[in-house]
Design a protein around this ligand. Structure first.
Ligand code: C2E
Ligand code: CA
Ligand code: CA
Length: 442
């Protein structure tokens, strides 16, 4: 061969290699992943299976954000090297930022094989003097069991990955047809929810919040209901998650604010309305002005509006600043579900709060000999200048113990279930008429 022909040959090989390879890690890229998978499916022998796994790092974004992109890049290179060594003859490709694809054929158990991939990442990585713990999730599907089509298999592995992540990350998830059905449900829920917001199928129910000592009704919590044309009245647990994941909670939350403020103007002046605010909504831009718009449009005094936030959303610095501004206009802020998740007394000091809502789980557990948790929450909120409100009060005993603990406000089925807006006036006049106290049951 003449030397210029050799050169041309080498050049062309290099071009081909570049087109097939991920520039950072040297692994096959997404394109190659697809073609290798098709090849494997085309040449698989009877009795053999092809496994497709998609691995995604659980915490890569935070590595990038805190240690910088150069460290992130180096980490990806090391991760790629480890993954590439796990199974002889397997193909491991980099198919996205921190996403890797694996194709292997054989007769082994998929769950076991892919657990080895997670295992390979367990030992910490050392990059430029940083010790980095990497966790990952894997979703996988197999042929012929799940499908014999490459695209369908990848999509199935993706669904399994998504499920593994929502089940708490750091795990291997296997595809099952249920996942596809669920994904379809989600997609149609999204479409339906959008239409429902547009055509105003939502309504608010109101649950009274009363003083623990006298039973006086101080305000009402607005609780969302979806009047579904076919399925009837739906409670939030059916649709709030989808609304949050898709961002539809922002327009929906806006509608809630407007409805709640408008309806509260028909109540007595010394009664407030408290509105649940999702973390997604709180962090969305323009939240503060949306609240002000709702007040302005309805004419409700800001002193009669309360917002219920959760700690997940409130700890962000931007959110704290926004809440501070709202609070300065007279709006009260309540921390919902206190005691669940990672709420801590420490972060309470940083948040601008007026009311601490003790989560229902603590009230359910409340008993004669054991009210220590509730008592200490009440004491801390007093020390920080807040009032405490107990949620989910269902029995006279619970109410009695809460009074003893010094809890100022209570809410729950024992006092009243959430009621439709149209029944609030009647409820107020019925409770106010009781002489010597506000509720019949006190
Ligand atoms: P949450 O804010 O903790 O609201 C209290 C939930 O407990 C309500 O459920 C209420 O009906 C229920 N509840 C009240 N008293 C009792 C009781 O004595 N026993 C028991 N077992 N349950 C009681 P609901 O209305 O189904 O709302 C569930 C959750 O949905 C709410 O929890 C809140 O996080 C969310 N949510 C409700 N409305 C909205 C809204 O307008 N926007 C947003 N973002 N979330 C909302
Ligand atoms: Ca609430
Ligand atoms: Ca709550």
């Amino acid at each position: 061969m003449g030397s210029d022909i050799t050169e041309k040959y080498n050049y062309e090989r290099r071009i081909l290699w570049l087109a097939a390879t991920d520039g950072l890690t040297g692994l096959p890229n997404r394109r190659t992943f697809g073609s290798e998978l098709s090849d494997a499916l085309g040449t698989v022998r009877t009795g053999e299976q092809v496994l497709v796994g998609i691995l995604d790092l659980d915490n890569f974004k935070s590595v990038n954000d805190t240690l910088g992109h150069p460290v992130g890049d180096k980490l990806l290179i090391s991760v790629a090297a480890r993954l590439n060594r796990v199974v002889d003859g397997a193909m491991c490709a980099r198919i996205g930022g921190d996403e890797f694809g694996v194709v292997l054929r054989g007769t082994g158990d998929g769950g076991e094989v892919f657990a080895r991939y997670l295992g390979a990442l367990r030992e910490p990585f050392f990059v430029r003097g940083n010790r980095i713990e990497v966790r990952a999730s894997i979703g996988y599907a197999s042929s012929p069991a799940d499908s014999e089509d490459a695209d369908t298999l990848v999509m199935s592995a993706d669904l399994a990955l998504y499920a593994a992540k929502s089940a708490g990350k750091n795990r291997v998830g296997r595809y099952s047809p249920v996942l596809r059905a669920r994904a379809r449900e989600r997609a149609s829920a999204l479409q339906e929810l959008g239409l429902a917001i547009e055509s105003r199928q939502f309504e608010l129910y109101y649950q009274p919040q009363v003083r623990a000592d006298t039973g006086r009704v101080e305000g009402f919590e607005a609780l969302l209901r979806w009047n579904h044309p076919v399925r009837g009245v739906l409670a939030p647990h059916i649709f709030i998650d989808v609304a949050e994941e898709t961002g539809l909670i922002v327009p929906l939350g806006l509608q809630v604010l407007h409805m709640a403020c408008a309806e509260a103007t028909t109540w007595p002046d010394d009664t407030y309305v408290t509105v649940n605010v999702s973390p997604v909504q709180l962090m969305s831009s323009g939240f503060g002005s949306a609240v002000n718009d709702a007040l302005e449009a309805s004419g409700l005094s800001s002193k009669r509006l309360q917002l219920e936030i959760t700690e997940t959303g409130a700890v962000e610095e931007l959110a704290v600043a926004e809440l501070d501004r709202l609070r300065a206009t007279g709006i009260a802020i309540a921390l919902d579900d206190f005691g669940t998740g990672y709420s801590s007394f420490e972060s309470l000091k940083k948040l601008p709060l007026d009311i601490l809502k003790i989560d229902r789980s603590f009230i359910t557990e409340l008993s004669e000999g054991d009210s220590a948790v509730v008592t200490s929450v009440v004491e801390v909120s007093k020390a920080l200048g807040m009032q405490s409100l107990a949620e989910g009060v269902e029995t006279a005993d619970q109410l009695r113990l809460l009074r003893t603990a010094g809890c100022e406000l209570v809410q729950g089925y024992y006092i009243s279930r959430p009621i439709p807006a149209a029944e609030v006036a009647e409820y107020l006049s019925a409770t106010a008429q009781t002489s010597g106290g506000y509720f019949h049951s006190f």
